[in-house]
Ligand binder design. Structure first.
Ligand SMILES: Nc1nc2c(ncn2[C@@H]2O[C@H](COP(=O)(O)OP(=O)(O)O)[C@@H](O)[C@H]2O)c(=O)[nH]1
Ligand SMILES: [Mg+2]
Length: 207
């Protein structure tokens, strides 16, 4: 089957902890956030199909900068090639990060999320094996309150059986209070959910 959206290139472009470091030119941005170790970097790599584009680490809490990746895409029946950014945020809710550090984290992340005029939507990743933690729920509510579009993605779907996946997704939706909104099931190992996510991205790129 021919996919509707084909990624043609992906490269790391910038890391930022303040406005001055955001890349230029500005392009449409799709943001990934979630707790440390939830699978953000793996998902970006699976989406772009470049093995070590985003660094996957067994050690949580390592990425402390906003990382921008420039992605090229060809969309079916659209002549012009699209270029956009995938943005990997530092993980939130990491227990070993000192209180002071966490404060700095939230400040520059907040500044980015509230000032980016090209932000299309935020993918909030939640591990499918666990219920959303208070930090996940707080973050989700914060995004909704600031009218930032959110796509909730349940990661690591290959780690549990299909029936439990369905049950846990229902529980994630209930905990977030979004019983009528879809949660995308994803596995970076199996590339499950990849074409669905690419479709959503394709839609915002041609808007
Ligand atoms: N089985 C499985 N493991 C995953 C998946 N996504 C991530 N992982 C593993 O989870 C750990 C953390 O992943 P990483 O992408 O670095 O998470 P991040 O901290 O959110 O960027 C790594 O050991 C990954 O190999 C997945 O879809 N399936
Ligand atoms: Mg990471």
């Amino acid at each position: 089957m021919q996919e509707r959206v084909i990624i043609t290139q992906g490269q790391y472009i910038a890391s930022a902890v303040c406005k001055e470091q955001y890349p230029s030119p500005t392009r449409k941005e799709i943001v990934f956030m979630g707790r440390s170790n939830v699978g953000k970097s793996s998902l970006i790599n699976s989406l772009v199909r470049v093995k070590n584009l985003a660094r996957v680490s067994g050690q949580p809490g390592k990425t402390q900068t906003i990382n921008f990746y420039e992605i090229g895409a060809k969309i079916k029946d659209v002549e012009e090639r699209q270029t956009f950014y995938l943005v990997d945020l530092p993980g939130y809710g990491y227990a070993k990060t000192g209180k002071e550090k966490r404060k700095i984290w939230s400040k520059f992340i907040e500044e980015y999320l509230l000032s980016s005029r090209e932000l299309q939507f935020v993918c909030q990743l939640i591990d499918i094996r666990h219920e959303p933690m208070p930090a996940d729920i707080d973050m989700f509510r914060w995004l909704v309150r600031h009218e930032i579009a959110v796509l909730v993605i349940a990661t690591k779907a290959d780690k549990i059986g299909k029936r439990i996946c369905e049950k846990n997704i229902a529980s994630i939706r209930e905990k977030l209070g979004i019983s009528d909104i879809d949660v995308l099931q994803y596995s970076s190992v199996k590339n499950e959910g990849r074409s669905e996510l690419l479709d959503v991205i394709g839609n915002v790129l041609i808007q």
